[in-house]
Design a protein around this ligand. Sequence first.
Ligand code: BG6
Length: 509
Amino acid sequence: MKTTDKIKPTVFAIFGGSGDLTWRKLMPSLFNLYLQKNMPEKFSIIILDRLDLKIEALRKHFLDGINTFSGHNKVTTKSWAAFAHNISYLQGDFKKPEIYNLLKEHCTKLEEDWHTQAQRIFYMATPSVMFGIIPVQLKNAGLSGDHKWTRIVVEKPIGADFESAETLNNTFTDCFMESQIFRIDHYLGKETVQNILAFRFANPMFEPIWNRRYVDYVTITVAEDIGVEHRGEYYDGAGALRDMIQNHLMQLLCLIAMEPMVSFDADEIRNKKVDVLHAVRHIPPDSISKYAIRGQYGKGHNGSKRVCSYREEEKISLHSNTETYAALKLFVDNWRWHDVPFYLRTGKRMPRQVSEVTIHFRAVPHKSFPLSAIPDWQTSCLVISIQPDEGIVLRFQAKKPGIRLLLKPVAMRFNYEESFSVPVPEAYETLLWDVMNNDATLFMRSDQVNAAWKIIMPVLDFWKANKAVDFPNYSAGTWGPESPEGFFNPGHMWSSPTELLEEIKPGKK
Ligand code: BG6
């Protein structure tokens, strides 16, 4: 990592900053960066919102969020006081020009006090209905023009379908240059996700077998044990396909399937990623059930606790047709991957939280071992475990010691906790630091967002036109609905996360 004294003085303006995202993620991350001396020497955090709030109460609220979410030990009064005096509040309506003029005055005043120009970062931590309004108002107020010193940050949902995403992206690019727009997918900030690039391209042994000749299929699972929690209002209009697959799982797909980059330049990496999405085979609208599965959880268990069905959750309609589980089978039609299925699945209220990618290698061309030697035959596979047990497992066959010939699957493992004795940074710390450093490598470009929408549109359209008649079709605490016939190619299936993750727990033999 670079040293911080190079970061220019920065004004961080957070629209909708009194909300949950700032409380849980942004402020704890900014504070951690501050403690690690990774904030610029001169910085100011301006919270903008509609509500009539007192700055002292707001600071106290942020401190409470930091104590709850930052993962650091107790915050000292001294460090908090030094950080908190950089936080200020501006009240106003984001649809009207007044608050933008106030913000401009505030920025100018700070620059005068600091005797230097400051970079200005506008973060839209608002409901998505404001995403089309704030950039236009910023532009009208003359706040978007300085390409080198001004940036805008936005997070999903970027649109609800291809058309709305394209319209929104056009609004952004009408007001800011593409190089100024930082679209966050927080999965890209995760260490384990970034490590996919290092693992694939900084080691010579995997890349030669990373293709259709050696790989049979790939599974990507992002499972959560939590339900919809208090986000019913947003989630019921989104569903698992939009909420997770269009963004986080597509990012994982890109990193696994992309061609090697020529350099570590942001656009070079993003070009390679978008090439993957452009090569994804169009899902035929007349056979959606062979390519997509949807599910919704009913009553069940979360550990030993009984939990309600999705339709009984807060702010969810009793007849909701929204999917809380979605799975896709995709093909990347290029020389490397032609006809290798990539199975992606995500769901809420599954038995445990686990995100992992499994590369299932092809079977050896012929089995020279007698059947009696291979009672537990399993093809070799590589598991990239993204969370919560971060690591990599390579599973292969080995001879079991003994006078008889018996092969058993065994595992070689890399575990972050064992190998590195430093804490893994929170995704937002990395991403906010990158925004301040003007490094767009881990952010999505508009063409990538649009391409990801294009892939899922046939499924979204089909599901919208054909309501699910079997919802709820999986019980809370299970791995989702049965896969319909024809979804998996013969011999393929989801890998069992629990079993593989057990193998990488420290101390486990
Ligand atoms: C968000 C989704 O983008 O990612 C949530 O909107 C989901 O529904 C969350 O729970 C998962 O993120 P993480 O980092 O907890 O895996």
